[in-house]
Design a protein around this ligand. Structure first.
Ligand SMILES: *[C@@H]1O[C@H](CO)[C@@H](O)[C@H](O)[C@H]1NC(C)=O
Ligand SMILES: *[C@@H]1O[C@H](CO)[C@@H](O)[C@H](O)[C@H]1NC(C)=O
Length: 249
């Protein structure tokens, strides 16, 4: 135990030393291993990914609260690079941002678009987790206030379920739709702009998938939709399968 502890401390000291020695003298250009490769004071993200979850599909995998809505909710707003790879765990600014006053101001709006659906974390824990993991990688171009306000604005203005029902795409265990029908309805919700929309699915049976998430891309300031490469994390729905929107948890 003591040996493990001392080697951990030793590794920690060596890495601190490397980090210190690696610091250039005249600028803030800190080199960090690949995957976390960014320069402080430099904007490293190319676009933002808005990810909406079809809650019933999520709740078939994870335990959910009785209050979980049968609807799309925001999963996250993720800065990504020009290959579609989302940037995570960027270094927090110093002094750290106190998100509490912001959450107090925006709580009612955030609860509507970005509620927790599981008993394992509060909505505020979810917002804080998403901000620390993803949102900070858009800072300082996008302040915390801009990040959360944009999320509210873009998600609140897009009533996907309503557009789906206009297109006769209804939650059902039996009636399924093609990928084109689903992305077409989502496109209509975005004002029929010709931008990439990606969807992901979970397996239902040999012939059918369940809709899981919808990914849309926005520019750096979360103002306009734009085309973007498909995230490597994102898995499309199986070609040739029809897609269901499960109507219940
Ligand atoms: C910072 O590092 C990157 C990548 O190594 C390099 O392209 C860039 O010119 C550097 N910037 C400065 C100010 O040194
Ligand atoms: C898969 O589920 C759908 C929807 O309930 C059903 O219509 C279809 O027959 C099922 N396919 C198989 C291979 O069981």
């Amino acid at each position: 135990m003591a040996a493990i502890l001392s080697s951990v401390i030793c590794i920690f000291m060596i890495s601190s030393l490397i980090l210190l020695l690696g610091l250039p003298n005249n600028n803030n250009n800190i080199s960090i291993p690949r995957g976390h490769n960014y320069n402080i004071n430099q904007i490293n993200y190319h676009h933002m990914e808005l990810i909406l979850t079809w809650v019933p599909t999520f709740c078939k995998m994870k335990q959910c609260l009785p209050s979980a809505p049968i609807d799309f909710t925001l999963h996250g707003l993720w800065p990504a690079d020009n290959a579609g790879v989302s940037l995570t765990y960027c270094p927090p600014p110093s002094p750290p941002i106190d998100l509490t006053p912001l959450f107090n101001t925006l709580r009612a709006d955030l609860e509507l678009i970005w509620p927790t659906v599981t008993p394992f974390m509060s909505s505020q824990d979810l917002w804080e987790h998403e901000y620390k993991k993803h949102g900070l990688c858009a800072f300082p171009l996008l302040s915390a206030q801009q990040y959360f306000r944009s999320a509210i604005q873009m998600t609140g203005n897009m009533d996907l379920l309503h557009f789906f029902s206009n297109k006769n795409i209804l939650p059902s265990d039996h009636t399924a739709y093609t990928r084109t029908q689903i992305t077409g309805a989502a496109r209509e919700a975005m004002g029929n702009q010709r931008f990439d929309i990606y969807i992901s699915c979970k397996h239902f049976n040999r012939t059918h998938d369940k809709l899981y998430e919808i990914h849309l891309c926005l520019d750096q300031m979360v103002t306009n939709y734009m085309t973007c490469p498909q995230s490597p994390l994102f898995r499309g729905c199986s070609p040739g399968k029809l897609i269901l929107l499960p109507p219940s948890m």
